[in-house]
Design a protein around this ligand. Structure first.
Ligand code: GCV
Length: 843
């Protein structure tokens, strides 16, 4: 028997650390309920990592108290090692990644055993013990046995070799820069710690688009360094591959997956990879999709392509994650039978049973593309002889891009719990992807993470999504509330009042976002051909991308029924199809995904669709404003830096929710011609439009799309009268002095104290400056500000429409309210309106 005790622990000096996320280990302020001497029975790398992590965590949780030297220990080992040490004790057999945490109390010593079914399970057990301790849970009588629900628990990064990240909102890549793997991979190791702490076991490091360069010998050397940085945490590296690589980088004249030379090329390449990275996890493939090459060019199927790769990987136990995200993005929008939602099932269902055993079909949770709400992809029920994985998006491409608080676990959980009723039996998605329903050995969950150099996901609360993804992939029976509670306790505070507020905010955030961006199954009403961020309702129509909502003067929604529509509903099992085929039985939150109905269609509670659209947008925006109040209630009770970091983000969100609300309600008011019962849509009594002000220098312009500005118009401090989409505005850089423009109104209502909300456009390419004066005087310190945010789209658009509030300003009839705007760079200091609101103190 050999008990190894390692005393030395060196803290790596890393700029970006796991402590910026949930591995903070705040001192508990009370004695720990476990021993703090940590010993290992074996010498494997993962066992040693587990010991180091425990020492590091215990030291921090105990507030720096020296670790014990006495007889009490936490003992780590595999099942075999524990059995050898304690022949008289029964140590149960454990599966891969399964662990036990058991407390024993002898006469002379206390002991916590962490036993793993393999080395990695010991690390998972160590993190589980720390997770519990960090939440203040008494572990002195620990008796925990856990195993992951599914074998494949991967994150995918969409990082490009140049260091940019597709759909990433947290700065540049931690892996790549300028065509190479970065020299400093310390943040990669920190990322692996984070991933391992929630049981994620592989990371695909590159974008599914334009992947060929990642298989060059020079790049593979770098990938091997990434694998080395992640290996101590049991996180294996995978790569996205371009199916045309044999031609693009291999010099072959074809990439036909059935061509013998192509097959040999892949086998040789795979052998080269495994010589460098013996624990390489496998390949992810995006083919015949959104311009990526694929087997269809040779009349071959996805199974032909996947199996060629799988054959090359099989001798090394590697897997192929072949994405079902294959569709025609040049669909005919005039064809009422065309339907992008059908594509995955139409293409992959006929291939069921034709894939090699180490192929997993990776299907996005819904049939379109990570919209704020979609039904569950019918393909989960359509592959019973093929392993499957569900792909979700942690990076918030269509859900607010981390500028909006949107906790996605409740959405993922609904999908996991959805019963596909295959063969009329209970087959929830969580059991299908775990491989249980159809007895598959592989399966799992993939999260598109999008982490970058800016504090991992850019916004602190967005990290709850990365955490929740790992926890659900480990145990899909956890509830989103439980996960939010765990995350908050580890990240922010164990104070029950704080936990209550943060958990409530997280839980309310997805419903809120849905209600102001795309309720009733309309999908996110965003700029489909552009940023995927702000509203642009018609952008999804009249093009081949297929994210159609079919809104016209009479009604809206897409008819996907078998009887009269695209037939998509028929892809579900009969039990599910029966519910969706009829508008009367379809749940309201998916009504418009499945049915085209008149605006006056009555929902289940009797409210009309149009009135629901108005109400939900006003309620959602009000909810976003409440998040600010909720957060303000935490002042003095949480870390001041976190408080100060999050507050302006939530204030921004509250303003942008109003932009969304007004765009969608104005749009449908005009299209339907049916007024809002409550008189709100299109009526803004406290608003003074910039185009009605006395303007000095400012010019009135039409905003495109019109609904992105109040009344469709704005003013811009440029000598142009129109704005060319996505072309930079005139540059007022160093050479030309920026003019200052002004908009002035005379106040004409009740005297009193007010907040003045200024709605302006914060464009890229420079920092415009604004100031507000009352009768020539600056009323408050917050009356001057800079438009210095980084927002999408280089022309006036709801993407960059931003609200600044000047608080608690005294006004009386006859007062002159003046806004001065000074362009900076290509930002023309454009203004939409001001709004006079009841006063609140500034924070
Ligand atoms: C990586 C959506 C995104 C694309 C992404 C694609 C995919 O279309 O907008 O950026 O490409 O999904 O999942 O492949």
């Amino acid at each position: 028997m050999c008990i190894m005790t390692v005393f030395i622990y060196a803290h790596p000096a890393v700029a970006q650390t796991a402590a910026q996320a949930w591995l903070k280990y705040h001192p508990l302020g009370k004695p720990l309920t476990v021993p703090t001497r940590v010993s290992t029975l074996g010498q494997s790398m993962l066992e040693q990592t587990a010991a180091l992590e425990l020492r590091r965590g215990l030291l921090s949780l105990s507030g720096g108290a020296p670790l014990e030297q006495g007889p009490n220990i936490i003992l780590l080992g595999t099942v075999q090692e524990m059995r050898a040490r304690q022949p008289k004790t029964t140590v149960p057999s454990l599966g891969p990644d399964e662990f036990l945490i058991t407390a024993r109390h002898g006469d002379l010593a206390r002991e916590i055993d962490i036993v793993g079914g393999n080395d990695r399970a010991i690390l998972y057990g160590a993190f589980a013990l720390l997770r519990n301790l960090a939440q203040g849970i008494d572990m002195s009588k620990a008796d925990i046995r856990e195993h992951p629900a599914m074998p494949v628990r991967w994150v995918d990064e969409w990082d490009n070799a140049d260091g940019s990240i597709e759909r990433g909102y947290a700065g540049r890549s931690i892996f790549f820069d300028n065509g190479h793997v970065r020299d400093d991979l310390a943040p990669v190791a920190e990322y692996a710690r984070l991933l391992a702490s929630v049981g994620i076991n592989a990371c695909n490091v590159n974008n599914v688009n334009n992947a060929a360069v990642f298989l060059t010998p020079q790049m593979l050397q770098g990938i091997a360094r990434i694998a080395e940085a992640m290996r101590p945490y049991g996180v294996r590296v995978a790569l996205s591959v371009d199916i045309a690589s044999p031609q693009k980088i291999g010099g072959l004249s074809t990439y036909d997956p059935l061509d013998p030379a192509v097959k040999t090329w892949w086998s040789t390449k795979v052998n080269e990879i495994y010589a460098l990275i013996p624990d390489f996890a496998g390949f992810t493939v995006k083919a015949d999709s959104e311009g990526q090459p694929g087997p269809a060019s040779f009349g071959r199927t996805p199974a032909d392509a996947a199996n060629t790769l799988a054959t090359a990987l099989a001798p090394h136990s590697g897997v192929v994650l072949y994405r079902a995200f294959v569709y025609n993005h040049h669909a005919d929008w005039r064809d009422p039978k065309a339907d992008r939602a059908r594509a995955a099932y139409d293409i992959f269902h006929p291939l069921d049973g034709k894939f090699a055993p180490n192929v997993i079909i990776q299907t996005k949770e819904g049939p379109i593309d990570f919209q704020v709400r979609e039904p569950v992809s019918p393909l989960f029920g359509g592959l019973t002889q093929t392993s499957q994985a569900m792909e979700v998006q942690i990076t918030q491409e269509y859900t607010g891009q981390q500028r909006h608080l949107v906790y996605l676990a409740p959405m993922w959980k609904q999908v996991l719990d959805f019963d596909m009723r295959v063969g009329g039996a209970s087959t929830p998605v969580r059991e299908i992807v775990a491989g249980k329903s159809f007895h598959r050995t592989l399966g799992g969950m993939i999260g598109v993470a999008g982490i970058g150099q800016q504090a991992w996901l850019g916004s602190p609360l967005a990290l709850a999504n990365l955490y929740a993804f790992g926890r659900l992939a480990w145990n899909p029976d956890l509830t989103p509330e439980q996960i939010a509670d765990e995350w908050t306790r580890q990240t922010i505070s164990n104070n029950p009042a704080v936990v209550r507020v943060v958990t409530k905010m997280l839980m309310q955030s997805w419903p809120a976002y849905e209600s102001y961006t795309g309720p009733l199954g309309l999908q996110t009403l965003t700029d489909i051909t552009g940023s995927h961020y702000g509203p642009n309702i018609e952008s999804s129509e009249n093009n081949g991308w297929g994210q159609w909502h079919r809104a016209n003067h009479n009604g809206l929604g897409m008819d996907r029924t078998v009887a009269t529509g695209t037939g998509y509903v028929g892809q579900y099992s009969p039990d599910v199809a029966k519910v969706y085929e009829s508008a009367a039985t379809t749940p309201d939150d998916l009504l418009l995904f499945f049915h085209h109905v008149p605006y006056t269609w009555k929902l289940h509670d009797g409210k009309t669709v149009i009135q629901y659209l108005y109400d939900s947008h006003y309620d959602g925006a009000a909810q976003a404003a409440h998040f600010v109040d909720d957060w303000e209630s935490l002042k003095g009770r949480i870390d001041p830096e976190l408080y100060a970091d999050m507050l302006p983000r939530l204030q921004y969100q509250a303003g942008h929710a109003i932009v969304w609300r007004d765009a969608v309600t104005q749009f449908f008011l005009k299209l339907s011609g049916i007024p809002d019962d409550r008189g709100r849509a299109g009526h803004y009594p406290n608003r003074l439009e910039a185009e009605t002000a006395r303007l000095t220098g400012y010019k009135v312009i039409e905003v495109n799309p019109w609904e992105d500005a109040s009344g469709g118009k704005a003013v811009t401090c440029h000598d142009t009268t129109s704005v060319v989409p996505d072309k930079p505005e005139k540059d007022y850089g160093a050479s030309a002095p920026a003019p200052t423009c002004a908009a002035e109104w005379t106040y004409n209502a009740q005297p009193g104290r007010f907040n003045i909300a200024v709605q302006y456009f914060d464009l890229q390419g420079g920092v415009a400056k604004f100031s507000l004066e009352i009768n020539g005087q600056t009323p408050t310190p917050d009356a001057s500000w800079s438009a210095d945010a980084t927002l999408p789209t280089s022309h006036l658009h709801a993407d960059n429409s931003t609200r600044h509030i000047v608080h608690n300003v005294g006004l009386k009839p006859g007062d002159k309210i003046r806004i001065e705007g000074t362009p900076g760079g290509t930002d023309p200091a454009a203004l939409d309106y001001i709004e006079i609101l009841p006063a609140t103190p500034s924070q």
